[in-house]
Design a protein around this ligand. Structure first.
Ligand code: F6R
Length: 613
């Protein structure tokens, strides 16, 4: 949440900062601001609302001269979105300018202290406390680095801070703890940013900072310090992916582009891990001896990643015969989970920085469980903290609503199910081969679905159904887990109230909400439960519901006997069917959002990575 960027070099900073912020807007878009160190010291511009407003205000950056600066795009935590609460924040005596991503948890105590020591505040933010604390120590120490060291000793919480000092025209300082921060090295210029796309146009040589690290750029040199204050050397890593991966590439929205990227992302995630007809997870530490001792698997995640875990429960239990409990990270961490070295904890996260998921992972590590993270962002906090990591090779996911990350996370659970089922001997040779064969074919099957006609059909359905205010998604077994994701998609981007229910559960309460024309989306992709789900469809139809059914192509004649409208997906291995079933639901939400005039890629109140509890 919140994106920060900083530049120090020979070019004009403001256009580079704006360009970087445009790539980080997915992290928050309540307000935006920049501070450039020019001839007359700090110059600050900030606006409430989207970055486009800031762009206009400073004429694409041309209105601010100076080759040192910091910028910010905000997802409000402390204080409403407003110009006053926008970053950068300037300290009382104008010495320090700060952009911040994270939360200073003890900001009220610090604020009281600083107020008593002559500092004043104009915003409601925790960030302004950091600016004033830095100034307070700078006035005592007379040195920016020393001041920052003393300030961070006092800060509790998470932060990536970009810091300028009015007395230091050639200096940019940055520090991080529990919020992401990278450093980029260009030719006679350096960068800081929350994420790689912000600086990829200028450099591919980056360093991922560790918690407690500081970087000081001064007079063209970069100095790195670790959390103990020792100067350390950092070797840059080369970013090999292309900028086009983080651009729309001709699609009207990132979400649609990412839906279309799913076959490629699945191929990338699966193919390297299947060698000679077997799943090979490289150096993951899951030996047969260890696996034989496992009594339980937790799958810990938030949002859609948690819903992947809900599908995963059915898959892993069926293939590995180990009890699997998907649990929300925000609940896991405060539930005194019963675990130890006989528990495998699978952590799922696209961003690798979700605050609750990261905290749950640390808790699981402390309690002695083996932790395995399924992560998309390389070098992220979660990928570093887990004992094992399996990357999803989805590429950068920019749309706030996840699609390709969800699909690739699910594919990793299939790989794991095969791997563990094989090692434990709980999968027969035939079952193993059938599932692996289907997994290899999955990207092509998915690609075949994404035809113009298929999309046009779903668009038409969305046009007909766009005015429904309440939607129920129902399904059984694996389908009930898919419904959770379908329902979330509709809520988050189309702002339609919807609920996902196990189909058999509806009559235990929520059926009282079914009225004339209430939309029910019935997912019926588990062949042996098809008739049961159709019975539930009949129950809601008897109460006036309009039903959109979803099933496999072979059951078309069957489903049309019962539902009002239907969507079909190709048939695959029963355990892999959710991977295909979710796709029309993604597309349906996309077109519902468009039909309802919503901002598909940047839905209200949301941000791509949730780094607050
Ligand atoms: C929904 C969505 C979110 C994320 C959740 C976890 O479309 O994207 O629900 O799945 O915020 O984020 P990560 O996977 O980054 O931990």
């Amino acid at each position: 949440m919140c994106g920060i960027v900083g530049y120090i070099g020979k070019q004009q900073a403001a256009p580079i900062l704006l360009d970087g912020l445009a790539k980080l807007e997915y992290r928050g878009y309540d307000s935006a601001g920049v501070c450039v160190y020019g001839e007359n010291g700090f110059e600050v511009a900030k606006v409430k609302g989207r970055l486009a407003g800031l762009n206009e205000m400073i004429d694409g950056g041309a209105a601010m001269r100076g080759s040192l600066g910091i910028g910010h795009t905000r997802w409000a935590t402390h204080g409403a979105p407003s110009q006053r609460n926008s970053h950068p924040h300037i300290s009382t005596n104008g010495k320090i300018s700060v952009v911040h991503n994270g939360i200073i948890e003890n900001y009220l105590i610090l604020k009281e202290y600083l107020l008593a020591h002559g500092k004043s505040f104009v915003s409601d933010t925790d960030t302004e406390v950091a600016a004033n604390l830095l100034e307070y120590y700078y006035e005592l120490e007379g040195d920016l680095l020393a001041a920052a060291r003393r300030a961070v000793e006092k800060l509790a919480g998470s932060y990536a801070l970009g810091i300028l000092c009015a007395d230091c025209p050639n200096t940019l300082l940055a520090v991080k703890k529990d919020s992401p921060l990278i450093v980029g090295f260009g030719h006679e210029e350096n960068f800081i940013a929350s994420d790689v796309p912000a600086i990829l146009r200028y450099t591919r040589e980056v360093v991922y900072l560790n918690d407690g690290d500081m970087v000081l750029f001064r007079d063209g040199e970069a100095e790195f310090y670790n959390k103990l204050g020792e100067e350390v050397e950092k070797i840059p890593e080369h970013i090999s992916w292309e900028m086009s991966a983080a651009e729309k590439g001709g699609f009207p929205h990132f979400m649609l582009k990412e839906i279309f990227e799913q076959p490629k992302a699945l191929r990338a995630t699966i193919s390297d891990r299947v060698k000679g007809g077997r799943v090979d997870l490289g150096d993951v530490h899951l030996s047969p001896e260890y696996l034989r001792g496992i009594r339980r698997i937790y799958i810990v995640a938030c949002g859609s990643a948690y819903y992947v875990g809900c599908v995963g429960k059915y898959i892993l239990e069926k293939t590995c015969r180990i009890p699997v409990e998907p649990i929300l990270a925000s609940e896991f961490r405060y539930s005194e989970p019963v675990l130890g070295d006989d528990t495998l904890v699978i952590i799922i996260s696209q961003s690798g920085e979700t605050a609750d998921t990261l905290a749950a992972l640390r808790e699981a590590n402390e309690l002695g469980a083996h932790t395995l993270a399924i992560v998309n962002v390389v070098g992220s906090a979660i990928s570093k903290a887990a004992h094992d990591v399996i990357y999803t090779w989805a590429g950068p996911e920019i749309a706030v609503a996840t699609t390709k990350a969800y699909s690739t996370q699910l594919s990793v659970l299939y790989l794991l199910a095969l791997y563990i089922g094989d090692l434990l001997g709980t999968l027969s040779v035939e079952e193993y081969e059938a599932m692996l064969h289907a997994l290899n074919k999955l990207p092509d099957l998915l690609a075949d679905m994404l035809t113009e006609d298929y999309l046009a059909h779903i668009k038409q359905l969305a046009a007909e159904l766009k005015d429904n205010h309440d939607v129920f998604f129902i399904g059984r077994n694996l389908d009930s887990a898919t419904c959770l994701e379908g329902s979330l998609k509709l809520k988050e981007i189309a702002y339609v109230h919807s609920e996902a229910y196990a189909a058999g559960e509806l009559k235990h309460g929520p059926i009282s909400l079914i009225e004339d024309k209430t939309l029910v989306v019935a997912v019926a992709g588990v062949p042996e439960l098809f008739e049961k789900t159709m019975s539930n469809v009949k129950e809601v139809k008897a109460r006036g519901a309009e039903v959109l059914g979803l099933t496999t192509a072979d059951l078309e004649d069957e489903i049309k006997k019962t539902v009002d409208r239907y969507l079909l997906v190709p048939k695959t291995h029963p355990l892999l069917q959710p991977s295909l079933n979710v796709v029309p639901l993604q597309i349906f939400s996309y077109y519902m959002a468009l039909a309802r005039g919503c901002d598909v890629d940047k839905p209200r109140n949301l941000a791509k990575s949730v780094t607050v509890e």
